[in-house]
Design a protein. Structure first.
Length: 341
């Protein structure tokens, strides 16, 4: 919605193209970019027109026919406005937005309708101090600083944080009284501005209502039971939930009677083990496997003993293991090398 106040801007259509430049073509071992014609100056022969060239045009030059504004449905705008008004009545949201409201008697702050007849700033400041709202004004006043960037040269040199928003029903001089106080904005209740109620998209603006403006909200937006008189066929949006306390609804007797009971002992799936690697699992599947393994061990042991006895009887030495044979061969091979030295 903030985009709808933008003004079109664009670079000149001629920018970067005001040269009599032409490409030299191929065959001269230079790029085919257009080059400035003529001679007798360092400018002649330099590249032109391209966005990579000095004094060339920008890439994708901006045009004034860009889509500057955004259309928003009327009902959406009204929904956002009433939501921002409702949020301004919650002290938690107002404080979260950064307003100093610790000294206020109440939120929302409603004052007598005689405020609309104030014509001097002196009376307005005295009212804010009496209500305890001047702390927020001083907070805004102290936040004034020079805007960073080019905007400081475009008639918007300073920036300041938002303070209270004064909403009135009839302007009998109230705008002249409050307009010179830093950070304070004014708005008619018949033309509430969403950008003032929620600056930067953050709801919870500190709003000071006059009594007549506060009473006029029913005619501007209607109530939950009747339509608005200042709008055609408009009703306030109804809440989807009558009770927003979800935890209370879930723990109610009616809901708990309908839901299934809590599972006390959840079954954990057993891990499937490989019987070829796990002996206990193998024995469960095949109890005879233990006897087979023992028989194989005894058979191998008896075979080894019988072979050793035969070799001893024949006088044949038992073959050494491969690792032991290598260890015995190393010193025997190293001895001749020392002899050569």
């Amino acid at each position: 919605m903030h985009k709808n106040s933008r003004q079109p801007y664009a670079v000149s259509e001629k920018a970067g193209h005001q040269h009599s430049a032409e490409s030299w073509g191929t065959g001269r071992a230079v790029a085919r970019i257009p080059r400035v014609s003529g001679g007798g100056t360092s400018r002649s022969g330099q590249g032109a027109f391209g966005n990579q060239c000095r004094k060339g045009r920008m890439f994708a030059p901006t045009k004034v026919w860009r889509k500057w504004h955004r259309k928003i449905n009327q009902n959406q705008r009204r929904y956002a406005t009433v939501s921002a008004v409702a949020a301004s009545a919650l002290p938690a949201l107002v404080e979260a937005r950064g307003h100093a409201i610790s000294n206020l008697p109440q939120v929302p702050l409603v004052v007598d309708s005689s405020v609309e007849k104030f014509t001097t700033t002196k009376k307005a400041v005295a009212l804010l101090k009496a209500l305890g709202a001047y702390n927020d004004v001083e907070k805004s006043k102290d936040s004034k600083k020079v805007r960073p960037g080019v905007g400081k040269m475009r008639n918007r040199r300073h920036v300041i944080k938002h303070g209270p928003l004064v909403v009135y029903n009839k302007d009998d001089g109230i705008t002249r009284a409050f307009r010179n106080i830093p950070g304070v904005d004014l708005c008619s209740v018949h033309a509430l501005n969403l950008l003032q109620l929620a600056p930067g998209g953050h709801v919870g603006r500190f709003v000071i209502w006059s009594q007549s403006a506060f009473n006029a909200l029913d005619s501007v937006f209607g109530s939950g039971r009747k339509e608005a008189t200042e709008k055609v066929g408009y009703n306030l949006p109804h809440a989807i939930l009558a009770n927003a306390d979800i935890a209370r609804i879930i723990n109610s007797d009616e809901v708990q009677a309908a839901v299934k009971p809590v599972k006390k002992s959840a079954k954990v799936p057993r891990q499937k083990k490989n019987p070829l690697k796990n002996l206990n699992v193998l024995l469960k599947l095949n109890p005879y496997a233990q006897t087979q393994k023992r028989a194989a061990i005894f058979s191998e042991k008896s075979h080894r003993e019988r072979l050793t006895a035969q070799n001893a009887k024949r006088g044949v030495k038992a073959a050494a293991k491969p690792a032991a044979a290598k260890a015995a061969a190393k010193p025997a091979a190293a001895a001749p090398a020392k002899a050569k030295k």
